[in-house]
Design a protein around this ligand. Sequence first.
Ligand code: PLP
Length: 378
Amino acid sequence: MYDDFIRFVREVYQTDELIPLHEPRFQGREKEYLIDAIDSTFVSSVGKYVDRFEKDCAEYTGAKYAVATVNGTAALHTALMLVGVKRDEEVITQALTFIATCNAIHYCGAEPIFVDVDRATLGLSPQALQDYLDEFAEERNGETWNKQTGKRIAACLPMHTFGHPADMDRIVQICEKYHIPLVEDAAEALGSTLNNQHCGTFGRVGVLSFNGNKIMTTGGGGMILTDDETLAKQAKHLTTTAKQPHSWQFIHDQVGFNYRMPNLNAALGVAQLECVSLFLEKKRKLAARYIAWGQQNGVQCLIEPKTACSNYWLNAVMLEDMSERDAFLKATNQQGVMTRPIWEPMHQLSMYRQCQKGNLANTEWAAERVVNIPSSVI
Ligand SMILES: *Cc1c(COP(=O)(O)O)cnc(C)c1O
């Protein structure tokens, strides 16, 4: 099976050289816009491309407002602050995610609570969320508190794994019922929709990433999405050192952050976003080829949920068990076909081992089996 897989991937990518997991594609107007930004001398924290990229992202996702940041992690940190997450509070998230989700919670001085993922989506499981709240939630003055720790549950932060939308309908319902602000880590999900609604627009605030390995890139970059005008203004203020507008004076009215996206990166972003529908189309074709190969060879691929349209950012296979996974990883990587296991679950990392958690059976099941396979746009 391994040799057949390697042969298949080489045929797909038409190369005998190293096949990376995911590399960016620059086939649009990237150079033109970058040169324009350089010629304008506005390469840094102000410039027309930042405004344009924000406008384009809002339009593309259907969010009313979009605020660009230096990276997705900074966007997540800001998003959590915007919904009011503070020191010694708690944020419910999934144990199976990229470390940035968890770190952003920590930057607020808050603690993550890990609940399980769905096997089908690898996103936050509504059932696991409900189970945790059934057991530990207590209402106080219209807010949800944790009976066990006496701390406020300040937000819920689901993540759309590999671009496959989590079950947002039910997650939204639960968060509304408990008055828990919902923030979406849609870092991997640009172009993914659920019932024709773009990921990152289901909660009060959503976050995108444009890191080099994502479906489109600005080099480094992120975006805060929201429909709330007040939050959008605060987002801009917080990410630009909380400086009050003034022609020459430096007046800062709170401790802000230098999280603004530079104009150079935004220039790249405008050009990349123009190519996103082409990327999506090609990724869908690639996923279909992997799925067909998997069906012929008895290997299960992760597929989009029924009511969703995934961006298929990273394709993934689910192997029989850990020993098969390790043999697959070894064979493919040794032969120049880059594959990577899914993340080590957060509750198993030294700095988050002490955190509260629900039953994490699906997380542990997936962590032993899921492997990402080459997914660059061809
Ligand atoms: C990429 C990513 C982020 C943000 O990453 P940055 O590199 O800071 O842009 C956050 N969460 C998830 C799940 C991601 O995959």
